[in-house]
Design a protein around this ligand. Structure first.
Ligand code: GDP
Ligand code: MG
Length: 443
């Protein structure tokens, strides 16, 4: 953090809670940003209302001003709405064939994305079969064949004289004989939502078992994305969404709208015309793009890091004074989880940088993580007095704690013993610092 920014933070540092005025003022800006990003206005309205309710009265995080705190909440809420994590296309177990049907308006990117997906599946060792179900434009069949060839995957077509449902059925039978384990149906779109198109997709679903229906949407659909996604979902039911053309300069508000009306996850995003330009969808990146407040979000993130550092500083002070109690123990565990081990806490102590690693127990393995959450449960079962005065713990109190945390008494004993050892070690630390008071350096 540059010095200038640090000063900004000092000036803005305000504790307390978010007032209705704080929230309203900041949300005005957020509303503009979302509309500019082409999030559907109804979705924006609902979203703003939810955040308004959630944000008023919340504590303002140290290092942030109220406006930034609201943005932080908005960002978290956007990420949560878009699904928090990445989602994969669900495949049938074992060697069973998964049938994927691509749906979407004309020009959305279905044919291109079909070939892009085939490449991804091939890399995973699958054997996809692409099926030309768009019988309205001869060029569409050719386009799929060319793209399939580029990807080195087989394309099944029956020209333009058959019904899409019949082609799908024949393709499935071909896949069974041919040993393909994924069948991707490239269907025909229309310029607008259209009964014919929906009926055709429905017929395909009746002719073959479709496991995944994937809606392909052009990111530039903007405000209309809600209607497009809503209609497809209502008429044929979709399982996931791919948003194309995010390489353009649209902010991608469609992602939020679509998720809001269908509840279905965005799986991938198209980032260009090349067949390799298909990327996993990351809700956090998308939230930042939609908000278009990258700078503010970076500030917020930095403030969060600073806060952790501040806590660690306080902790090491306590360690040095040997006033370490169970509350600190609990806090240190959650810090360690975030910071990657006790050794990094040690490294932050003046004059102790070197001794961390080797001598400290390893808190970082997965097994220890489980142990740590049981330790947390035990400490949380202690009374306030017990936590701040560890010497209070007698056998009957320990029994009560064991019951509270759902662990054996021996585990409580072990934990208390470990805690006492840690405390003893910390008492020795100031002496190990060599009596010269340590370096001021970092603090
Ligand atoms: P379909 O009608 O839904 O099958 O759409 P196509 O696959 O034929 O794509 C329509 C146009 O969009 C083509 O020119 C594609 O090259 C282009 N396209 C598809 N996906 C993307 C993308 O992610 N980025 C960009 N820039 N162009 C894309
Ligand atoms: Mg097409």
């Amino acid at each position: 953090l540059s010095e200038k920014l640090q000063n900004v933070f000092k000036n803005l540092r305000s504790k307390g809670r978010l007032t209705e005025d704080d929230v309203k003022a900041a949300l005005k800006e957020v509303k503009m940003a979302l509309l500019e990003a082409d999030v559907n206005f109804k979705v924006v309205k609902g979203f703003i209302k939810d955040v308004q309710e959630r944000a008023v009265g919340q504590d303002v995080m140290n290092g942030l001003n109220p406006g930034q705190m609201v943005i932080k909440i908005v960002n978290e809420e956007l990420i949560r709405l878009m699904g928090s994590e990445t989602t994969e296309i669900t495949l049938q177990p074992g060697s069973a064939i998964t049938v994927i049907m691509m749906a979407g308006l004309q020009g959305a990117g279905k044919t291109t994305t079909t070939a892009k997906l085939a490449g991804k599946f091939k890399l995973k060792g699958k054997k996809p079969l692409l099926v030309a179900c768009d019988v309205y434009r001869p060029a569409a069949i050719k386009q799929l064949q060319i793209n399939g060839e580029k990807q080195g995957v087989e394309v099944f077509s029956m020209g333009d004289k058959n019904k899409p449902a019949d082609i799908a059925k024949a393709a499935y039978e071909h896949a069974v004989k041919n040993g393909n384990n994924i069948v991707i149906l490239d269907t025909a779109g229309r310029l607008h939502i259209d009964q014919d198109m929906m009926a055709e997709l429905q017929e395909i679903k009746e002719a073959v078992m479709v496991h995944q229906t994937i809606l392909v949407v052009d990111a530039m659909t903007g405000q209309d994305a809600v209607n497009v996604a809503g209609s497809f979902h209502e008429k044929i039911g979709i399982d996931g969404v791919i948003i194309t053309k995010l390489d353009g300069d649209t902010r991608g508000g469609a992602a939020l709208s679509i998720k809001a009306v269908t509840g279905r996850p965005v799986l991938y995003v198209g980032m260009g015309e090349k067949l390799s330009d298909l990327e996993q969808f990351y809700p956090d990146r998308m939230a930042s793009r939609i908000l278009g407040m990258g700078d503010v979000l970076t500030l917020i993130e930095k403030a969060g890091e600073e806060l952790d550092e501040e806590k660690a500083k306080k902790m090491t002070e306590k360690m040095k004074k040997a006033q370490f109690d169970f509350d600190d123990y609990l806090e240190s565990m959650s810090q360690m989880k975030k910071m990657g081990g006790l050794s990094s806490v040690m490294n932050m102590m003046p004059g102790l940088g070197g001794i961390g690693g080797g001598k400290m127990p390893d808190f970082d393995s997965e097994e220890n993580e489980k142990k740590m959450s049981r330790m947390e449960a035990m400490i949380q079962s202690m009374t306030v007095e017990e936590r701040s005065n560890p010497d209070l713990l007698n056998p009957s109190r320990k029994h009560r704690i064991a019951r509270g945390a759902g662990v054996d008494i021996s585990e409580v004993n072990r934990m208390v013993k470990q805690f006492n050892e840690a405390r003893k070690m910390m008492k020795k630390l100031p002496g190990m610092m060599g009596g010269r008071g340590g370096k001021k350096g970092k603090f």
